[in-house]
Design a binder for this molecule. Structure first.
Ligand SMILES: [Zn+2]
Length: 216
């Protein structure tokens, strides 16, 4: 996960809530839902809040960190809304009404999950373990996608093969992590925070994903 810093809600949501006090997310019209997703995707740099795959306004959906079924009064709270992929076997599709004790709004979401070059992920704390299980972040499908994303970036940088990563010096590690933080039109590479996590472990300290000065 990449830590999300919630800025101000989109004006469409604020305006609609002002005119529809006491309403729930299920009442929110499509136009306002798209405005929510657009604003979330700007904050999330085009990545799913949970698995960090690439999503767009059309291919993603609005997800609730705390489920709208169990916490209806928070269903329109801007701090409870993120954009997520539509996968049924992980992320929002796996979460259902379950709580996640480690959320993408917490800075430790970048350090309490450890990713590996194989695509596997391991939880380093009990709350990360619950979250990993609820969101099914170690699903074979996601492992495969993470491994492919790592291979693709290594090839594009001519840093392959993957077996060489443990031999990299600090300078090369920093170049790779900086590359993971590079945005194109406000969008990060798919799984970029995960790839930085994999390589950042070599520095010996918990590697925070690089954030722009204005967004951390
Ligand atoms: Zn996802």
């Amino acid at each position: 996960m990449r830590k999300i810093t919630k800025a101000v809600p989109p004006p469409e949501l604020t305006r609609w809530r002002r005119h529809n006090q006491g309403a729930r997310y299920q009442d929110l019209p499509e136009r306002e839902r798209r405005a929510v997703r657009t604003a979330c995707l700007e904050e999330q740099k085009g990545l799913c809040a949970f698995c960090c795959c690439s999503i767009t306004v059309d291919s993603g959906h609005n997800a609730h960190i705390r489920s709208q079924a169990r916490y209806p009064r928070q269903s329109l709270s801007w701090a409870n809304l993120v954009a997520s992929c539509m996968a049924v076997e992980h992320c929002g599709g796996s979460q259902g009404q379950n709580d996640i004790p480690l959320t993408p709004l917490m800075p430790e979401c970048e350090t309490e999950l450890r990713f590996y070059a194989s695509g596997k992920v391991r939880a380093l704390t009990p709350k990360a373990q619950v979250t990993l299980d609820v969101l099914n972040l170690d699903s074979p499908v996601l492992r495969h996608k993470r491994k492919n994303a790592l291979d693709a970036l290594l090839y594009s940088l001519e840093f392959h093969p993957v077996e060489d990563i443990p031999l990299w010096d600090a300078e090369l590690i920093q170049v790779f992590i900086a590359e993971c933080g590079r945005e194109t039109d406000g969008v990060l590479l798919p799984y970029a925070p995960v790839l930085a996590n994999i390589v950042g472990q070599l520095l010996g300290t918990p590697a925070r994903f690089p954030h722009a000065p204005t967004s951390s």
